[in-house]
Structure formats: structure tokens, C-alpha cells
Design a protein around this ligand. Sequence first.
Ligand code: SAM
Length: 496
Amino acid sequence: MKVKKKEFGQFFTEPTIAGFMVDLVLEKNSKTFLDPAVGPGVFPQIANERNPGLTITACEIDPEMIDRFKKENEYPHRLVEEDYLNCRFKEKYDAIICNPPYNKFQSIPGRENLIAEFQHRYHIALSGYSNICVYFLIKSINELKKNGKCCYIIPYEFMNTGYGVVIKQYLLDSGMLKTILKFDNSLNLFEEAITTSCIILLENKKHDRVELVNISDLEELRTGTFQNTKEYLYSELDPKEKWIQYFEAADARIAHRNTVKVSAFGKVSRGIATGANSYFTLNHSMIENRSLSPGVCLPCLTKAPDVKDVVFTEAAFRRLSAMDKKVYIFDGERAETEADFAYIKYGEETDVDKAYLTSHRNPWYAIEDKKPAPILICVFSRERIKVIRNEMGIKNLTAFHGFHLAEPDEELANILFCYLLTPIAQELLYRSRREYGDGLTKFEPNDLTKAEMLDLRLLRTIDRQRILTIYEEIKQQNAEVKIEELDAIFRSYLEA
Ligand SMILES: C[S@@+](CC[C@H](N)C(=O)[O-])C[C@H]1O[C@@H](n2cnc3c(N)ncnc32)[C@H](O)[C@@H]1O
């Protein structure tokens, strides 16, 4: 049987985690149990072993999975063979456990109707960008008996993204939120699913505080002893904030002084999206082979790993070009020669003009008009955020975000760049991150624009001068020397 990851979001829960979740919700006197997305049946199997008299209800939509479930589950149960989101149960449940499908909003059938129905039935105005797992969670919360418990394992992106704000508000308003256990993103729980995970425990009675647990070792689930646990009053949690920050160790959350939002200095925005990089990005040999004119081939950074120099200059560009790296983009609107027009024709013959972005552009071969940014920030990072001072003023594709200053100011750009290199600056930016599992972190432009940073206007002249001298050293040696010294300077303003 083929596992349908895309269509039905089939990722299976490892038995240790499943057992832990069952133990969280099942009481000796629990009588009724529901699994809304049962798959092969790991939750009801364990629940039945723990409480043999339990009345078990399970839902599954995929016919092949239904067959598998029937073969592998012989204890008494009721299997509802339909879409959980369409099921209308007459009864409520003592225990609900679920690992729901996690399909992004684009692939939720009848999304508009579902949103209207959830507004009407559960009084929640879900955003159109909500992941399907959120619909499951909200529905289940409403199917709990008084004092019943519900446990979900889902990606924790809802705690950090825009669509999650109403969900966090809903969980707090319900009073049912009891515990969130967040798995460290180095623990890749679901093979091949690049996602983060958390377990949410809810109980249908009024709570006014929540326990937040950071799990960095699965052994903690086996032993039930958690190293990093914090308790917050509901009133201390702001649904508009990224909740990831509440999980961080107390010492990592020390308040910093003299901070402002990044937006006080400028704006971070995404790079150029071509819609067909294999056609639009070029290296020196491709330009020569096709005899393209220099005017149509614009210097542009296309891939993050190509850039090894932290200060990117004309010389660095020439080196990459000589290495035949793809550091040009084709701008068809500047076509002049027969060879240029032939390349446009080649694009049409190979259907480049029919791709999503190109077909929505007029003409399809135009390049987005985005100003080069003085500082570039790599979109994905592991451990450290890669920051590049763009002295050359080269364009960039979406692998990089551009930090545009409110007003052009070379000196400020140099100081800001030095600041962004330091561990203290990165620590503040990391609070706005989105985690992708397997240690990978992504920043959206807005995450960065809204992040906190040192108010660089407060720097004393002597410190400004020292920072600018260090900048020149970094540029000359093209190495991240002196970062410790920079860190100490900036830290002295941020920490009391
Ligand atoms: C993430 S898997 C979890 C399976 C199992 N509970 C586990 O934890 O190993 C989700 C399951 O829900 C099923 N599913 C997807 N959409 C569904 C829907 N709308 N209603 C009911 N089941 C659904 C999938 O076929 C899949 O078997």
C-alpha cells in the first residue's frame, strides 16, 4: 500500500509518542474515545490495551487505509468511513487523540465553505491560510465531554504564523489549554516531513494557566521527567506574539534594553522571483554559447551557497563569474540583438512563458524591478544567519532577502552589517524565526522587519568609529574576524 503523504497527509506516530499521548488523556474511568484521523490505528490500539472496556470511535477517509485498519484492529470499535470534518457526532467524548493530516491551505477541498461553517458552528473566524490540522483541532475541542481531555500532535507553526493568532485566542478563550509540549526542531519526528511538532493537551474545564514544555530528548517522554518546563498565566500569553519565545530558557529570554523594531531603520523584502530559474539564471558559458548581449544579462546572486565572501564586491563577482557560477539573470525587456530575441523564442518553445509567474507577467520575460539592497540575508539558515554586505549593489533572487534602509546611508549600512554578524543580534532575530525541522530555520521578510534590534542611533562616536574600522578589517581579510569584539560593543548597550 502506498503511503499518501500529499493527498491525505499520512505520517504515522511512533509508538512511544503515541503511548505517551494516550497516557496524557486516558483516565481509569474514561468510557468513550475518539481518533478523528486514525490511519493504521496506533492510538486506539494502545488505548484499548490500557482500558479494555473503552468504547472506541475512529474516522478515516482513505479507502486503502480503511482496509488496512480493518485488518490490523480486531478489538471492538466503530469505524466511521468518511471525512471527519463532515461527521456529525451525536455524542461527546471523554478522550480524543489525534495526529491529523497537515495539508497546507491550498489543498483543502471546499475551504471557503469550511471557513463559513466554522464561523457559524464554532464562532471562530479562521484565516484562509490555516493548515487543515487546525480545523480538526477546533472541531475536536467542541466534541469533548465536560472534564474530557483532548491531545493533538501537530506542527507548531500556528504558534508563530499570522493564521495562528485566532487559534491561540480561541484556545485561551476556551479555558481548556493545559499543556503544550514543543519538540526541539532537531528531533525530526516524522521522516521526510520537514516540519516542527508539538503536542497540545486540552481539558474541558476552566484553566487559567498553561504549562509549556521544551523537549530536546525523546527519552524525556519515556521517563516522564521534563528538563525544561515553564508555567504561564493565560494573561501573560499574547496571541499576537510568536509563542515560540515563551518556550525559551529563562536565561535566553532576559529583557534587553535600548531595542527598537528593525523597521525603525528600514524594511526587509524578498528577492526577485523569476518563476523559472533554470531559464532565467545564466552563467558565463551559457551567455557565450548563446551570444547574448551584455545588456540583457544582469549580475544577480541566485544561490546562497555560491556566496563565500561576507562583503560582496565587484572582485567577488568577477571571481564567481570566472568560476562559471550562475551569477546573471536574463532580462528579456532589454533584448537588442537577434541572439537575444532567439533566446526569448527558445523560452516560448520550451513553455517557460506558461509557468505560473511568467504567465501572469507582461511581457512574460520581464524581470521584477527591485532595487539592490545594501545588506542581504539568507532566507534559510542553520545555527547562524548568513548576512552579506552588498557593496557591489548586485541584484538578488529569492534565496536572499534584502535589507533596504529607509534612506541610503553607506556608513549606517556598514554599522548595521557589523551588528547583524554578532551573536547578540542573531539571538534577537532568532526569536522571530520559523522552524522547519531538522535544524533548518526560515525567515520571512516580515519576521525580520518586525524583529527587535539594538537602536544603533544610541552608539557613542567612539564606538561607531571602532565599528567602522573593524568593518574595513573584515572587508580586507574577508573573514569574520573581530566578531567577539563587535559582540562586546553591541552587548554593552543591550544588557544592563
Ligand atoms: C497524519 S496521519 C495519522 C495516522 C495515525 N493516527 C497515526 O498517528 O499514525 C492522518 C490520517 O488521517 C487520514 N485523513 C486525512 N484526511 C482525513 C479526513 N478529512 N477525515 C478523516 N481522516 C483523514 C489520512 O488518510 C491518514 O491516515
